[in-house]
Design a protein around this ligand. Structure first.
Ligand SMILES: Cc1cc2nc3c(=O)[nH]c(=O)nc-3n(C[C@H](O)[C@H](O)[C@H](O)COP(=O)(O)OP(=O)(O)OC[C@H]3O[C@@H](n4cnc5c(N)ncnc54)[C@H](O)[C@@H]3O)c2cc1C
Length: 394
C-alpha cells in the first residue's frame, strides 16, 4: 500500500524548508524527507557559516514569515565592504548603497549564522497542517513516469507524488539517481572559519583580503566580534588547523596588520572543502532541483543561499499558479520555465565567481598585474562598481 502526497521534497535544509513554507495557504500536501534527526533540524549546531543575505532574500524571508523568527540580536547589519589585493593597502571600496531594485535600503545586507537561519526555517513550517517533515529517512529508489513519482523509502514504505523536488545539497544523491548531469569544479582549497573577539571596532565593514598564499574574509558581527574565513590550499590547511587558539589569534593579528587590535578566538574552527557544482538543467520529468542541489557556489561572492531563495521563489510561484488554475503542477512547460529563468541568473554568477577565484588565487606575475589593474578599474569606473554592488545587495 502506497502513501500519497502532492510534492516530495528531499532535504530539510534551508532551501527545502523555505520551499515547503511557501505552501502554507495552499491545498497541496508536502512531504519533506530529511536524513538527519529531528533534534538537529530543531536546534542546528553552530557550523561556522555566517551567511551574507541580500535585501531581496531578507524581504522574501520576511514575506514568508521566516525573518521575524530570527532573534533581532542574531541579525548583524553589513554596512560596507572593502577588497584588498596582495600586500597592498589599496582598497576597492563599496560604500553604503541607498537603493536596491528601486527600493530605498540601508547598507549592503545582513549577516546571519547558518544555524539561526535553519532554526527559523524549521519554526516557520513545523505547525503547518499540510506539510510533514519525516526525519532519519532517506530515499532508496525513485521511479518516475508521465503520471507520478514513486519513492521507495529507507523505512520500507512507498510514497507517491505528482512532483519530486531535490533540495539535498550540492552533492545531491537524488539528482544523480534521477540522472541530471552536473558540472563540478574542485578548487583544491579549503575554507576554515571561526569567530574572534577583538579590541577595536570592525565598523560593520566586511573585508575580502586576497593575500598571496591565502585569502582572508572578515565578516563583521557585533562591533567587537567578527567571523574570520580563511581559504587556503587544502594541502596547507593543517598549518592553520594545528595552531593553538593563541597562535591563530597572533596569525590573524599579523594578517590584519593589527587593525582590529588584540584578538581572541571565540568559537571552534569549522572546515569546508571547496567544490563548485552547477547542474546542466534544473529539471527532469516530474522533478526539479532547488538550492545547492541546483547550484553549489564558491562562498567568496556570498551567493549560495541567496540563489537558493531565488530558486524557491521562482519554482513555488509557478506551482502555486498552476494549482490555482487547475494545471499540472509538474508539467513540462512549467518546469522548463523555471529552468530557463533560474539558469539565466545562475550560469553567469557561477562562471563569473569561478573566474574571480581563479584570477585572485593565481600568483604568477602577469596575473598579479591583472588583479591590481582590475581593482583600480573597478574602483574608478562607476558602472562596473554599481554592477558589483547590485549583485551584493540583490
Ligand atoms: C563557508 C561557507 C560560507 C557560505 N557563505 C554564504 C553567504 O555568505 N551567503 C550565501 O548566500 N550563501 C553562503 N553559503 C552557502 C549556503 O550555506 C548554502 O547555499 C545553503 O546552506 C544551501 O542550502 P540547501 O538547503 O540547498 O542545502 P544544505 O544546507 O546542504 O541542506 C541539504 C539538506 O538535505 C539533507 N540531505 C542530504 N542528502 C539527503 C538524502 N539523501 N535524503 C534526505 N535528506 C538529505 C541534509 O541533511 C541537509 O539537511 C556558504 C557556504 C559555505 C560552505
Amino acid at each position: 500500500m502506497s502513501d500519497y502526497t502532492d510534492i516530495i521534497v528531499v532535504g530539510g535544509g534551508p532551501a527545502g524548508l523555505t520551499f515547503s513554507r511557501q505552501f502554507k495557504d495552499s491545498p497541496l500536501r508536502i512531504t519533506v524527507i530529511e536524513k538527519s534527526p529531528l533534534k538537529i533540524i530543531k536546534n542546528p549546531p553552530f557550523d561556522g557559516r555566517e551567511i551574507a543575505l541580500t535585501h531581496f532574500t531578507k524581504n522574501y524571508l520576511q514575506e514568508s514569515g521566516i525573518w521575524d523568527l530570527i532573534p533581532e540580536d542574531k541579525v548583524y547589519p553589513l554596512k560596507e565592504a572593502k577588497v584588498i589585493n596582495g600586500n597592498s593597502d589599496y582598497q576597492l571600496y563599496f560604500q553604503q548603497p541607498t537603493q536596491a531594485r528601486g527600493q530605498p535600503i540601508v547598507g549592503l545586507g545582513f549577516l546571519v549564522s547558518n544555524c539561526d537561519i535553519r532554526k527559523a526555517c524549521y519554526e516557520s513550517m513545523k505547525d503547518l497542517a499540510n506539510v510533514d517533515l519525516t526525519n532519519e529517512i532517506s530515499v532508496d529508489d525513485i521511479h518516475i513516469d508521465d503520471q507520478e513519482v514513486t519513492a521507495q523509502l529507507s523505512n520500507g514504505k512507498e510514497l507517491k507524488a505528482q512532483l519530486l523536488v531535490c533540495a539535498d545539497g550540492r552533492f545531491s544523491a537524488i539528482r544523480q539517481k534521477v540522472g541530471i548531469p552536473a558540472d563540478t569544479h574542485q578548487f583544491g582549497r579549503t575554507v576554515i572559519c571561526f569567530r574572534v573577539k577583538h579590541e577595536l571596532s570592525n565598523e560593520h565593514t566586511a573585508y575580502e583580503c586576497f593575500h598571496y598564499g591565502r585569502t582572508l574574509a572578515i565578516l563583521p558581527l557585533e562591533e567587537n566580534l567578527s567571523s574570520m574565513v580563511i581559504t587556503i590550499d587544502t594541502n596547507l590547511a593543517d598549518t592553520i588547523l594545528n595552531m593553538t587558539p593563541e597562535e591563530l589569534a597572533q596569525d590573524i593579528y599579523r594578517e590584519t596588520k593589527g587593525k582590529l587590535g588584540h584578538l581572541t578566538l571565540a568559537s571552534d574552527k569549522n572546515t569546508y572543502p571547496l567544490v563548485g557544482v552547477h547542474a546542466r538543467r534544473f529539471y527532469d520529468q516530474r522533478c526539479a532541483l532547488i538550492g545547492d542541489a541546483a547550484v553549489g557556489m564558491h562562498p567568496v561572492t556570498a551567493h549560495g543561499f541567496n540563489l537558493g531563495v531565488e530558486s524557491v521563489a521562482h519554482l513555488s510561484d509557478l506551482i502555486l499558479e498552476a494549482n490555482r488554475t487547475g494545471k499540472d503542477i509538474a508539467g513540462e512547460t512549467l518546469l522548463e520555465r523555471y529552468n530557463l529563468k533560474h539558469q539565466a541568473k545562475t550560469r553567469v554568477l557561477y562562471h563569473g565567481t569561478n573566474f574571480v577565484v581563479k584570477l585572485f588565487t593565481n600568483e604568477a606575475t602577469p596575473a598579479k598585474f591583472v588583479r591590481k589593474a582590475l581593482l583600480h578599474v573597478s574602483n574608478h569606473v562607476n558602472p562596473i562598481k554599481q554592477l558589483i554592488s547590485k549583485q551584493l545587495t540583490g
